[in-house]
Design a protein around this ligand. Structure first.
Ligand SMILES: Nc1ncnc2c1ncn2[C@@H]1O[C@H](COP(=O)(O)OP(=O)(O)OP(=O)(O)O)[C@@H](O)[C@H]1O
Length: 136
């Protein structure tokens, strides 16, 4: 039977359409972060910690390089936590019953969060330690 409409893939790519898709993708990403924030207590803790760290950064007037390190550390923890949340959801979908591989997937994802958090702790201690505990 003849097709009445062209398949979507055959439509010419207009710049306006590309922009619409980019904006839609951005919306999906924001929706993902919001959903994770609603369901994950850890992420709400990270959100509070991020606000505190930014406040400390302004309070102590840290340097541009220190801001860069803090930004990387904060983004690293958020990224690891969001990926962990996605892997947990996919694992629960694929294997609601107990399975050693499901456990391994969740443990490895949690390990990524742990490593990112340890890295952020090191950055936090090195950047803010001298301000919070000045030498006598
Ligand atoms: N389907 C499963 N099969 C085997 N082991 C599992 C399974 N689901 C969870 N586990 C084990 O239980 C641990 C905790 O899993 P759970 O889904 O409760 O994560 P969580 O502790 O709630 O994580 P978070 O607190 O980050 O949300 C996993 O790291 C894994 O070792």
């Amino acid at each position: 039977m003849a097709q009445l409409t062209e398949p979507a893939s055959a439509a010419p790519r207009q710049p306006a359409g590309l922009w619409r898709r980019r904006v839609a993708s951005f919306g999906h990403a924001v929706r993902g972060v919001a959903a994770a924030l609603r369901s994950e207590v850890h992420l709400r803790f990270h959100a509070a910690a991020t606000v505190v760290v930014i406040g400390l950064g302004f309070h102590y007037g840290i340097t541009r390089l220190e801001w860069a390190l803090v930004a990387l550390a904060v983004a690293g923890v958020w990224t690891a936590e969001l990926v962990n949340t996605a892997i947990e959801a996919l694992t629960d979908l694929a294997s609601p019953a107990y399975h050693p591989l499901a456990g391994k997937a969740k443990d490895v994802a949690a390990g990524a969060v742990l490593l990112a958090a340890l890295g952020a702790l090191v950055v936090g201690v090195l950047v803010f330690g001298p301000h919070l505990l000045p030498e006598q």
